[in-house]
Structure formats: structure tokens, C-alpha cells
Design a protein around this ligand. Structure first.
Ligand code: ZN
Length: 133
């Protein structure tokens, strides 16, 4: 039998930002007791997403926010809530990421971190982690 899904929440502080959740995912995998297998990180929201990207220079996350703003201006949409840019950025980024677990560690590249992508904050977001061995 596989361990239960681990859940934690993240409080974001801006409308758009990237929050490094690598340590929390690592803790969730540890709590699940999986040392070799696969871990899925899933974001159960329609205006927040997950991605794996550079964790060394914070300018990379700022550049991503600006690049997405240029790519998806919040104009010309129909959705009355007024946040279709956030829905679109979520669709472009994706709701899940998969990481290999080996020897009890997340098998990430040297410069990789796992990020919750907030596109319509600030809000409290949920993160679900399922590790299977
Ligand atoms: Zn909406």
C-alpha cells in the first residue's frame, strides 16, 4: 500500500510570484517514508501552478513574472472574474510536476528548485504531494 497523500499550504504575498517549495516537498516525501520512487507535486487551483526552475538567482523568478505579463496581458478576455490572465498562465505552466526520489532525496539538478507559481494572489494555496515507492 502506498503512503497517504501529504498536504501543506503556502501563503503568497503578491498577485504574481514564484515561491520555492522544495524544502516543503522534501519534508512531505520524508513524511511519506518513500526513499526510492516517484513524487508528484499537484496544485489544486486554477490560478496557481507548479514548475521546476532555477533556484540560484532570484532574478530568474522576477524575469518569469515579467515575461508572463508580456506574453499574457490581462485584456480582451470574457471571464467576468477578471483574472483570465491568471487562468491562462496556469494552463501554460501546468498543475503538476514529477520528481524522482532516490536514496531518500529529491533527484533535482544542481540549480533546480520546485516553485509554486502564484498568478492571482495573495492567497493561501494548497499543495498535494504523492510519493510512491
Ligand atoms: Zn477566474
Amino acid at each position: 500500500m502506498n503512503p497517504a497523500t501529504q498536504r501543506f499550504s503556502v501563503r503568497t504575498s503578491r498577485r504574481e510570484e514564484y515561491v520555492d517549495i522544495t524544502d516543503s516537498v522534501r519534508s512531505a516525501v520524508r513524511a511519506a517514508g518513500v526513499t526510492d520512487g516517484i513524487c508528484t507535486v499537484f496544485i489544486p487551483h486554477t490560478t496557481a501552478a507548479v514548475t521546476i526552475n532555477e533556484n540560484a538567482d532570484p532574478d530568474v523568478q522576477r524575469d518569469l513574472v515579467h515575461a508572463f505579463a508580456r506574453a499574457v496581458p490581462n485584456t480582451g478576455f470574457h471571464h467576468s472574474e477578471g483574472n483570465s490572465d491568471a487562468h491562462t498562465k496556469t494552463a501554460m505552466t501546468g498543475s503538476s510536476a514529477v520528481v524522482i526520489v532516490e536514496g531518500g532525496q529529491l533527484l533535482l539538478g544542481t540549480w533546480q528548485g520546485i516553485y509554486l507559481c502564484e498568478f492571482d494572489g495573495p492567497r493561501t494555496r494548497q499543495v498535494w504531494v504523492k510519493a510512491v515507492g
